[in-house]
Design a protein around this ligand. Structure first.
Ligand code: ADP
Ligand code: MG
Length: 724
């Protein structure tokens, strides 16, 4: 039994390792230990128990794990893999890995080994990864544990291949130290809650899975130019930069033809993604010059989150090969579009029903309305927590700025559904000829035809026909946190819904459909203020939203507070997603992250001002001053010297103001650095340090416009943005 899998593997001819694929079908998922590979490399019993575990989350026995390890290793080694790693998503927001070789010396020979234990669990010395105080560094005990629901894959680098095993990262006392563990909990919680509600409509549904399709926006810049900008290197965004004469005002970049050099890059990373089973389907130019987007076909949410993390790694790496740098920062360039990551989210049953797809008969309609209204209520009740889950120093520059949803959380549903919900709320009677119970008029509308062209780009959460699209997520952010919050909010809401409906059926002896509609009507009344169809970019909305009592949390330190509010702690601990300690830890990690990011930006502003901007200004001042003296010496009249004098005055004015303001910001930074309380420190960084940046930039950008181009050492927007 023990070596059965190995025998099976060895009986096959070694796979020809090649990058020469003739069709996409051949290439697709060739680096994934997917169902087909499992069937080939595992014996029947092992395969069956692995599949059961993937489907129902049942525990895998040691014996089975050993068998899987043997098969997986054989599969990987046939493809030229030498090392393996547990691949996880620590609270840094990126991915982490520590490679171990399959090979072990055995006397004079090297033998390959990969045990079931090594597959299932590892203990990386991860004491340097953030834990928010959950794990003291002297007892740096955290371990990674295999997540069989996301398949293992081979990551190819130029000089080697690594078998990557997706894992969660938890402390020995059970606290989550990563983004995946709570996401997985929220998925199974939502499955159970949605399943219970599904029974009102479809009793054959056994599983409900949230789905996610991620649209990823990014900028590309030439790597040589990137390397000349300390701000891009250290912060991922430009801290200075006078607007190019032509940027996005002509609207000629969006959906425009893709420059050849960019196209080659896209094809290259898409192929790499396809090999990893990331189903990329869409590519296009975005609104700003140098800005692009790609999107895969939606997948089960855990896989989609992993794939997006992996995709960003790939895009970064492949960009190198093409002399590019991919920028995932939410706002790399001032005064232009920022980048987002639209999270298209829905709920799918194992019977193939999209629960957020409007129905074409009364029953599916009632089911649709149930999940639709519950999503609205869930989003309404947890809007602050959702805002917290998308908060970051970089996203602060995007929310409420050019072409980005505002920091006010609202929902767009389009005109058809607005009307449907009005009818529901007002209990509009059934149309003539309807047959069933007259009180459930709304459910008798036989078909809800949603006008799919009814789009609103300004909304942070928009219904787009058969899914909700959370657009407020920043382009650099992992989708895991916002999706975990959305799943949990929805699960919590569906649990309440079931209780409310059952109560009406039980005590009031109401009919099921009537009870459902009655409860939904109540929810609509409580949450409809969050529905907003207008222009989210306008100032009027800021005022109106305030009148409606909706939050507008403009900066990260204030947005993050929702992580530790009483209601969050109550909900998260009741549902078993997070303990209060875990939430507090995450809150502190995010605050620290904010402080560090703004701190680095402050330092780079200081650095670039003193070593690049002011020296250029001073040199130009000297040229101008020498010129004035020379002109005077040559006997020129005052009027003829005026131009030089005026420019000199202007340059000096901005240089002096720049220096004064940078010095003031540095002082504020030093003061903030001395604070011990990270909450206060983050607030100080926001209101005293970050608050100075725009003003400082104003003077630096004026200097860029005035100073002799040959003296300016920082690549300009016009050079960065227009890729040839
Ligand atoms: P756009 O929003 O730009 O018009 P699409 O509507 O085609 O683009 O899709 C955007 C993303 O939404 C894609 O990744 C797509 O796979 C995903 N999507 C489509 N249907 C669903 C669904 N039921 N659940 C989750 N995502 C979905
Ligand atoms: Mg979209």
């Amino acid at each position: 039994m023990r070596f059965k899998a190995l025998e099976i593997a060895q009986s096959r001819n070694a796979v020809k390792v090649t990058n020469d694929f003739s069709t996409i079908q051949e290439m697709y998922a060739c680096n994934v230990f997917n169902d087909e590979s499992m069937q080939t490399y595992l014996d029947k019993e092992t395969y069956k128990s692995l599949k059961a575990s993937i489907k129902d989350g049942t525990k895998i026995s040691r014996e089975t794990a050993s068998q899987i390890a043997v098969g997986m290793k054989a599969w990987a080694m046939e493809r030229g893999v030498s090392h393996y790693t547990h691949w996880f998503q620590p609270l840094t927001g990126t991915t982490a890995e520590k490679h171990d070789s399959f090979f072990e010396p055995d006397g004079e020979r090297a033998v390959s080994k990969f045990s079931g234990d090594a597959l299932v669990q590892q203990e990386p010395d991860a004491s340097s990864l953030p834990s928010g105080g959950l794990r003291n560094t002297f007892e740096a005990r955290g371990y990674t544990a295999w997540d069989p629901s996301s398949p293992a894959f081979i990551y190819e680098n130029t000089s080697g291949k690594t078998l990557c095993i997706p894992t969660v990262f938890v402390s020995y006392t059970g606290e989550a130290l990563d983004y995946k563990a709570p996401l997985l909990k929220s998925i199974s919680l939502l499955d159970k809650a949605a399943m219970d509600v599904c029974q009102y409509f479809y009793n054959d549904v056994k599983k409900v899975s949230p789905s996610l399709g991620v649209e990823q926006e990014y900028f590309l810049v030439d790597k040589a130019l990137f390397n000349q900008r300390p701000d891009l290197i250290m912060c991922g965004r430009t801290l200075f930069g006078y607007s190019a004469a032509k940027n996005q005002q002509m609207d000629d970049h969006y959906f425009g033809s893709i420059p050849d050099r960019v196209f080659n890059y896209m094809v290259d990373f898409e192929n790499e993604a396809l090999k990893l089973g990331i189903p990329l389907r869409t590519r296009h130019n975005e609104v700003a010059p140098g800005q692009y987007e790609c999107a895969p076909q939606f997948e089960e949410i855990n896989l989609a989150v992993d794939h997006n993390q992996l995709l960003m790694d790939l895009m970064d790496e492949v960009a190198n090969r093409h002399g590019f740098k991919a920028l995932f920062h939410e706002k790399p360039f001032g005064g232009m579009n920022g980048s987002g990551k639209h999270n298209n989210w829905s709920l799918m049953t194992d019977t193939g029903i999209n629960l957020l797809s409007p129905g074409n008969n009364p029953l599916s309609n009632l089911s649709f309305l149930t999940f639709f209204v519950n999503t609205i209520k869930a989003f309404h009740d947890q809007a602050d927590l959702i805002r917290a889950s998308i908060a970051s120093a970089s996203n602060d520059h995007r929310l409420g700025a050019n072409e980005a949803p505002p920091a006010i959380m609202s929902i767009f549903i389009g005109s058809t559904l607005t009307k449907v919900l009005e009818d529901l709320e007002n209990n509009v009677k059934a149309k003539k000829g309807a047959t069933a119970d007259k009180t459930i008029s709304i459910a008798q509308i036989p078909e809800i035809l949603v006008d799919n062209t009814d789009r609103n780009r300004t909304s942070p959460f928009a219904f787009t026909g058969n899914k909700f699209e959370l657009r407020a997520v920043g382009s650099s952010k992992s989708c895991a946190s916002p999706m975990m919050v959305l799943n949990t909010a929805m699960a919590n809401q569906l649990i309440t819904f079931k209780e409310d409906v059952d109560a009406l059926i039980g005590s009031k002896k109401m009919k099921k459909n009537e009870a459902i509609l009655s409860v939904l009507r109540g929810y609509l009344k409580e949450s409809k203020r969050i529905l907003f169809e207008g222009n989210g970019y306008g100032d009027k909305w800021v005022k109106d939203a305030k009148g409606l009592g909706l939050s507008n949390l403009r900066d990260t330190p204030s947005a993050l507070g929702a992580y530790v509010s009483d209601s969050t702690v109550e909900m998260m601990s009741k549902l078993g997603i997070f303990t209060k300690e875990e939430l507090t830890a995450r809150y502190h990690i995010e605050l620290e992250d904010y402080v560090k990011k703004v701190q680095i930006e402050g330092r780079i502003i200081d650095d670039m001002t003193y070593t690049q901007v002011l020296p250029a200004a001073v040199k130009y001042q000297k040229i101008l001053a020498d010129n004035i003296i020379a002109m005077k010496g040559a006997g020129m009249a005052k009027a003829q010297i005026d131009a030089s004098l005026e420019i000199l005055e202007e340059v000096s004015g901005h240089a002096n103001a720049l220096k004064t303001k940078v010095d003031r910001m540095v002082e504020a930074r030093k003061k903030a650095n001395k604070m011990n309380d990270v909450e206060k420190q983050a607030k100080a960084y926001s209101s005293k340090v970050n608050a100075e940046f725009d003003d400082i930039r104003y003077h630096a950008d004026k200097l860029e416009r005035l100073v002799d181009d040959s003296l300016w050492t920082i690549p300009k927007y016009r050079e960065l943005l227009h890729i040839k």
